[in-house]
Ligand binder design. Structure first.
Ligand code: MN3
Length: 238
């Protein structure tokens, strides 16, 4: 595992040095295949684990339907809207930062696509006492303690009325904050009330948990902490 991580880091550094900053498309491609901090593009990437890998926190059937039907539909509908609205080659964060200039269809589906790609990459097989390492002192400083952070984030997720997401974001001044958005909106969007770069997102649409948890959203949120991939979250920190 350690060896593999080192190898990946080496490949990323080599690729980045080789292509420089001008050829961002090539650079992004290297990241997309070699780094947990995958730069999100316009295609649905393969799920980085099996449908049953997150059990018992998230059941296999939920993952199969969520990834294969719900998320796939966002990607497909986003592609239709991108074509219809003649959106040219634009990096995803720039699209989201200008989303108010486009249709509701694009807002909903580009948000849906981005949010789910981030979500899949932010999870891994369950771990006992799952916790961050390099991010831990920052969470302690910002929220008081790791437990206090989890409580505040969970409260944001529980308190989101209807469908939406809870987020840990990095704001433009570098500080961290917890926020939530409705529907498939995202803190990168210009319409978001609280803006920042998502480090971690939790899907609290009923399609994310209803088969196993029914109305018990709080139980889903509690179980979800065991599958957070903190390495992926930490790699997003600037
Ligand atoms: Mn979802």
């Amino acid at each position: 595992m350690q060896k593999d991580t080192t190898r990946r880091s080496f490949i990323i550094q080599s690729a980045t040095l080789a292509v420089g900053t001008a050829l961002t498309g090539i650079s992004n491609k290297a990241f997309a295949t070699e780094n947990t901090n995958t730069i999100i593009g316009y295609e649905q990437l393969p799920l980085p684990y099996a449908f049953n890998a997150l059990e018992p926190a998230i059941d296999a059937l939920t993952m199969e339907i969520h990834y294969g039907k719900h998320a796939a539909a966002y990607t497909k509908n986003m592609a239709e809207a991108l074509a219809a609205e003649k959106v040219g080659s634009i990096a995803f964060p720039n699209l989201l930062a200008n989303i108010s200039k486009f249709s509701t269809k694009l807002r909903n589906n580009a948000g849906g696509h981005y949010n789910h790609e981030l979500f899949w990459q932010s999870m891994q097989a369950p771990k006992d006492n799952n916790a961050p390492t390099s991010l831990l002192p920052i969470l302690n400083k910002t929220f008081g303690s790791f437990d206090a952070f989890k409580t505040q984030f969970s409260d944001a997720a529980k308190g989101r009325f209807g469908s939406g997401w809870a987020w840990l974001i990095q704001q433009v001044d570098g500080t961290l904050a917890i926020t939530s958005t409705a529907n498939q909106d995202n803190p990168l969007m210009d319409i978001a009330p609280q803006k920042g770069t998502p480090l971690l997102g939790l899907d609290v649409w009923e399609h994310a948990y209803y088969l196993k948890y029914q109305n018990k959203r709080a139980d889903y949120i509690n179980a979800w902490w065991s599958v957070v991939n903190w390495k992926a979250v930490e790699a997003r920190l600037k």
